[in-house]
Design a protein around this ligand. Sequence first.
Ligand SMILES: [Zn+2]
Length: 333
Amino acid sequence: MLSRFGPIIRQSIKIWKAAEKTMGASAKYCKPTPIWHNTNLCMAKKILIFKPWTESGIFNLKDIYNDDGLKPFQILQDEFSIPRSSFSFYLRLRLALKTYGVPWSAKLAPHPLINWIDSSMGSKGSVSKINEQMVVHQYIKMPIENFWERELNTTTDWDTVWKNCFTCSKNPAHQMIHFKLIHKAYTTPWLLCKMNRKQNPFCHLCEGSNQGTYMHMFWYCPRVTLFWSLVQTELSVLMDTVIQREPLLFLLLDDSSLSLSLSQRRILTTALTAAKKVILKLWLEPSIPVMCTWRSYLLDIARLESTTARILGASGKTIQFWRDLIVNLSDKQ
Ligand SMILES: [Zn+2]
């Protein structure tokens, strides 16, 4: 069917169809649907074309529809000056609409894609808006997201998780700590055993018969659990609010259920970056004093963030926040 059009029209139709498919927003019959040469609207298996109407300016369904459905012939005649003799065509067209299931006694909806390419919104930002909508519609849940929801037996606000993952620090290395943890990119004793790099799959921290799985090594191991409890206590004091020790918050940074101020969120994510660094170090050096190491890491990260904020020309409020936090943490050392 496309072969009878020129390359520009052909390409435009292809792009339109692809956009419809991506957005899951196809609409066979809507206001912009063409009446003429439309294979989805035939009469006796023949496409429609009726010169007296095209010459009068009727091209799309929106031309012959109003809020009540198909306009009465009289109104069309008044509006477009179509000849009285075309009434029989009007009746045949109405029959065709009914045959194809076009709602001819109800208002036609605009095409779904029109909602986000509405010209009334102006050109500024429209490309970004369209791009964002297409990205959102193409989003497919990652297997790793299913893993966490299965493990934690809860739903997760992944928008918050990914946002906090990449805004927790200006330092990409710190962002990567959270990113790799969420993606299960750290090798646990269980995985090393699977890879034939370790003789047994057991956790070397608790020296029990616990398998060193991902969740055990980051959350359920008694030594790690104790560390998280201590972090929870100190973090609650630092944030001036009671924080619950939950893997959703501590491991995935999902703070969507909390109403945190920007300062509290900064303290939370900085503290959790330091905590994850401590756990990873603990895997390698099981004898380290975890809380001393955590406080030291926390201070180091705060100093780094403070320096970065000044270099990047952050607001005075942000710079002051990091200064105050450094003073607060230094006092606790
Ligand atoms: Zn263990």
